[in-house]
Every structure is written in C-alpha cells, then in structure tokens.
Design a protein around this ligand. Sequence first.
Ligand code: F0G
Length: 429
Amino acid sequence: MSETSWQECEACGRTTDEFSSATRCTDCGGLLSLHHPTPDLTGPALRDRFDARHGVRGSAAELSGVWRFRELVLPSAGAAIISQPEGNTPLLQRESLSDWCGVAGLFLKHEGHNPTGSFKDRGMTVAVTQAKRIGATAIACASTGNTSASLAAYAALAGLPGLTFVPEGQVALGKLTQTLAYGAQTLLVDGDFDACLRLAKEASEQLGVYLVNSINPFRIEGQKTIVLELLQQLAWQAPDWIVLPAGNLGNVAAFGKALAEALALGLIDHCPRLAAVQAQGASPFAAAFARGFDHMEPVAAETIATAIRIGAPASYDRGVRAIRTTAGVVTSVSDDEILEAKITIDRAGVGCEPASAASLAGVRQLRHRGMISGSERVVAILTGHLLKDPGILQTIHQSSGSASHLGNKPIRIPPTIEAVRRVLFASIW
Ligand code: F0G
C-alpha cells in the first residue's frame, strides 16, 4: 500500500505519483483520478474523527469544511494547504419550499455560503494547494464565471498569477466583477464556454500554466466534500436522493466518487441516488441519458442559467459513471421552470443564482413524475449565491420585461408620511 496518493488515468489505467503536474494522461489524453491510501480508521471510528474536528478553533485549514475530511481529499497536503477557509455551508429546511416540491423531507445544501459565493471554492482550495506544491508559475481556467471568481480569490491568497478565459457577454455581472476585483488577468473571449475551455487547455499545454478547471483531479477531491459534509450534517444517515444542477459535470463526477468512497469506507450504509438536472437549452447529458448513454452529442447551448450554459461537458465519461453507480437519473428543466424555482427560493429568504434553482425545479419535476416519492429524504444543492446574477434580479423586479409580472416592484414616493401611510394601507393592512 502506497504511503502517498497517486493519479490514475481513467481511460488507460496508467498511474503517476501525486506530484505529476499533467492534468491529463500524457499517454492517451484521458482524464485522471486521484486515489489515496486507505485511512487508518474506517466506519464509525472515521465518522467520529470527522465529527471531532467539527467546530474546533485553529488555522484556516483546521476550520475548513474541506480539509476536515483530509484523509479523503489529499492526506499528504499538511502545511502546504491554501485555505480561506471554505465549506461549512448550511443545510436548510423551509416549509414553503417543501410544499412547493411536494417533498416534506427536503433539505437545501447552500453552497452559495462559501467565501466567493459558490461551491467552486471547495475544489479550488485543493487545486491551488497542489499548484503551490508542484511549483506552478501561474494558474488558469475557462469559466462561466464562478470558477474564475474562485480562481482569482485563491490565486490572490496563494500569491500566484491567475489567468481566466470567459465568454464575452455571457457571464453574470457579479462573477465577472468578482474575478476582476480579486485581481486575475481576465480574457473576454469571442466564443462560448466550450471555446474558452479549448483555449485554456491549449494554454496549459503550450504555455505551461497549471489548469484548474474541474478536469483537474484535485478539484474533484475538494468538491467531494459537499457530499461528505451533508452526510455529516444528517448524522451520517444517507438521504434517498441528492439533486444537483449539471453543466460541465465536474460536480456530478465528484458526487459519484464521494458516495462510492463513503460506502466503501462504511461511512454510510446505503447509497443515495443522484439526480443531475440540466437546463433544457444546454442538455447534452440528459439527452444522452435518455438514449441509454450511447454517446454524447454536443449542442449549441442557450439558457438564462449562464453558469450551466455548456454544450460539450468535459467530464461526460465521469458523469456517466457517477449516474450508473448511484442508480441515478438525468433530466432537464425549461428556463421558465428555472425562473419560477429561483423566485420561489428567493422569496423563502434563501436565495440563489438561476443555475442553482435548476436543482429545485428538478426535484419538483421528478416528484410530479413519481420518480421521487413524497416520503423520501431529498437534498437539493444550491450551487451559487443570489447576488452572483444581479442582472436577472433587475429584470424580474425592476424592468417591464416578460418576467416582470413575477417581480416585487419598488414603489416611488414623495418624502412625506402620508405617502408612506397610503402605501402601507394599500399593501399590508
Ligand atoms: N451551478 C453553478 C452555480 C455553477 O457555476 C456551475 C458550473 C454548475 C452549477 C455546474 O457544475 O460544471 O460541475 O457540472 N460552473 C462552471 C464555472 C462551469 O465556470 O463556474 P458542473
């Protein structure tokens, strides 16, 4: 048994040590996955160790909701860890949202509570830690906005130059301005996300920058902790379903790996089913699922949920494996359904960005189709914060456009108490 972690090509099985800087197999170009030595403890004893680390005081790494699970993330990282900290996101229950979906046992894991407002921080802490360990000179990613914001914040923390490729005109305002504010070099590409990813890969191969998109196996290890943390919050009583939005399929891959490992180590006694939800206009994974995963047909993606506006998911094979090993399903929801779910989540005082709302729209659809029963326990992942996309909020609440009938319009008044009284009597009493 190896003392350190190792990387294995998912296509040809070639192995390299944990310090290899290639983010794809140098023989066949396949994606890599990380494997760790089996922890010294398993089952209840390992659960107890993870529980004992919860809520302790200490360094960022000790406080982190990612590194609490370090045996399953990157056991050898030690003092090299670059952490904000991140994770420790809430698991919420809201009666209004349970009623809306028809699922009494509904939980919302709100990843928008991470330091840069999305789940990406969980993968980024590991990828940037690894970048420092291998002596990378710069880090790069393609992004629909959240990965770039996260990269920028962690690059600043690590003292590394950051380079981001984003599709011009297709990134929500909060994300683009965050990326700029944290100081990453930001390239507005005249093309979509898929073009940006091609370019970022070429830059990593030809210009020597370290790629931290979710094809990077270290990202996946960090994102597994969304699942580990929600299991811990449920006292290790696994739910029946975990439902998440799906774009490039890094998260679906991470969830499948986390569940397989949690089951093998005896952290849980049954495996929840994964439900991956795509936006209808960007749903090559859902279409492939409907055809029995024969192959993936890339699409020209279009959706209001810009975070998941992706036509050729890079982690397709990993995603297929995750759905198969968890007896999962893949579905898609329309932009109208996403918008309605988002407004409902916002009104519950929870809030999220449009892509995140695809998960709740998916729960509701699967409940209506009878796939999820009303008595099952379901965790829906909210992947990003409400303020990531102020543009859509303005459209809903302050414009006279098509979605405006759903909005909560501000009321213009003269500065008099009579005007305030008129408004109060008209609306509340
Ligand atoms: N939800 C949000 C808010 C996202 O930002 C993303 C992906 C997803 C869901 C889908 O996750 O790609 O792992 O299937 N955002 C990437 C980015 C593409 O660049 O920020 P996935």
